[in-house]
Design a protein around this ligand. Structure first.
Ligand code: ZN
Length: 465
């Protein structure tokens, strides 16, 4: 009998890590992500399994909560095959190197401060270093394409399907035989939103004996995307016409590219006043280049842009500011700027120096296009904080604050249920990758709307199938 255990993303959103052990077969892991936010200390705890005994690692997509513990897995002895799409590993390299740099920098600062107190022994080493990230890429990585059947062992195959979430995100089907009986496990991965400007809709899967499905937004439905796009365009136009600037804190992957596409569409339709758009985040610039390179799997809209302009995202108003000096020069420009910078929740990164230079001015706008977790500077501003501290200086928030909630890289409850209803044969349903309270709402919705039982997977619970 096969057994699955979740060593992350069980009753929480982050830390995705699921181990499938097939009797007399290989041990197959799906994702090895980082815990984030209030549960981040769990990254430093032991995995709960022996990394040396994992034979194959399948990766659904390059978000940190799905790849962030791979360097630790390798450091602790994993020496098997990694199977995924090429673009996922390229994007994961950008994500992991960025995270390693940040952790090393933070470690050095803390160490210096502790040294002055004579307490350097108390400073915890980073989870992994840049060298640990490089070691991941020394392993055997097997690249697959969507729809291709890849052999994982005797009578075991995997197929990756487009999950429509971020560049080349996948739903993974695992087919194997146990005592002569054919079985199919499906891991949804993170499923995308419908009608996204950049991504395709998620591909439907027909059959599953066991489905592990994400439940990030299983408790709610998003505000309509079209409505959100209109709201976005209005803020941009009004602010620019009023000689102001727009600051957009944005996640480097997916949201930035979506915003760029929207602005390009406005430019095409002559709805965008003349302006300078700064993509002021090295990580977002690198991710955008990868989106451009691997454009085949992007939406029709993106491919139409590419065919016409030779590039998905380029248009005359776009400026990439890779170097810190170029970023600082933006401060010299009085008006007519749209500045897209990280970090997405304003916890660090270049967005902070733009806050310092622009938030005090009531002509400017601060436009939130992504989720702001509790405790972050972004959330505090949304909640009404009007005096913030940036680089030891107090800044008054007089800029207009706008929050647009309709952009999401995740399916909502209706999308998730619609995706499940497209199965012609669906066996047992297990919920992962969601906050427990939200999962309970989702479980009830599945029971009521589909007349189907669903089980919320507990951390490290052994699920026999
Ligand atoms: Zn994701």
């Amino acid at each position: 009998m096969a057994v699955i255990q979740s060593f992350g993303a069980a009753e929480v959103v982050t830390g995705s890590c699921h181990l499938l052990q097939i009797e007399k077969g290989p041990n197959i892991m799906v994702d090895c992500g980082m815990f984030q936010g209030v549960v981040e200390n769990r990254n430093f705890e032991p995995f709960g399994f022996d990394p040396r005994e994992v034979d194959i690692l399948l990766v659904t997509h390059a978000h940190l909560d799905h790849v962030g513990r791979i360097p630790k897995l390798v450091k602790e002895g994993f020496n098997g095959r990694i199977v995924t799409l090429r673009s996922t590993m390229d994007l994961a390299e950008v994500v992991l190197l960025d995270s390693a740099h940040l952790m090393e920098e933070e470690y050095r600062t803390r160490f210096r401060k502790a040294q002055r107190r004579g307490a350097e022994a108390s400073v915890r080493e980073p989870l992994y270093s840049v060298d640990d990230v490089k070691a991941v890429y020394d392993l055997t990585i097997e690249y697959v394409e969507y729809g291709q059947e890849v052999k994982l062992g005797k009578d075991i195959t995997a197929i990756f399907r487009n999950a429509g979430h971020i560049l080349d995100a996948a739903t993974i089907e695992l087919n194997f035989k146990e005592k002569g009986e054919a079985k199919r496990f499906v891991f949804s991965g993170d499923l995308g939103n419908h009608n996204d400007m950049v991504m395709h809709d998620p591909v439907f899967v027909k059959e599953a004996d066991v489905l592990y499905i994400e439940s990030t937004y299983g408790d709610r439905n998003h505000k309509g995307i079209k409505e959100s796009e209109e709201e976005f365009k209005k803020v941009i136009t009004n602010t620019l016409l009023n000689e102001g600037n727009v600051l957009i804190p944005s996640f480097a992957i997916e949201r930035t590219q979506e915003i760029m596409c929207l602005l390009k569409q406005m430019y095409d339709r002559k709805e965008l006043p003349e302006c300078k758009i700064f993509i002021d985040s090295p990580m977002a610039i690198r991710a955008t280049r990868l989106y451009d390179t691997y454009h085949e799997e992007l939406s029709q809209c993106c491919n139409d842009f590419l065919k016409r302009d030779g590039s998905v995202f380029e248009f005359p108003y776009i400026h990439y500011t890779l170097k810190p000096d170029e970023s600082k020069q933006i401060n010299e420009i009085g008006s007519g700027c749209i500045i897209i910078a990280g970090s997405g929740m304003c916890t660090g990164g270049r967005i902070l120096h733009h806050f310092k230079h622009r938030l005090w001015n009531e002509k400017n706008a601060l436009l939130f296009v992504g989720y702001q977790a509790e405790g972050t500077l972004g959330r505090r501003i949304i909640d009404g904080e009007r005096h913030i501290h940036i680089y030891h200086e107090e800044v008054v928030v007089r800029a207009n604050i706008h929050t647009i909630n309709g952009f999401s890289a995740h399916a909502d409850q209706n999308d998730l249920i619609d995706w499940m209803e497209h199965f012609e044969r669906l066996g047992k349903v297990f919920l992962i990758h969601g906050e427990f309270e939200k999962q309970k709402v989702f479980k009830k919705a599945i029971e009521e709307r589909m007349d189907k039982k669903a089980h919320i997977v507990a951390p490290e619970e052994k699920v026999y199938v």
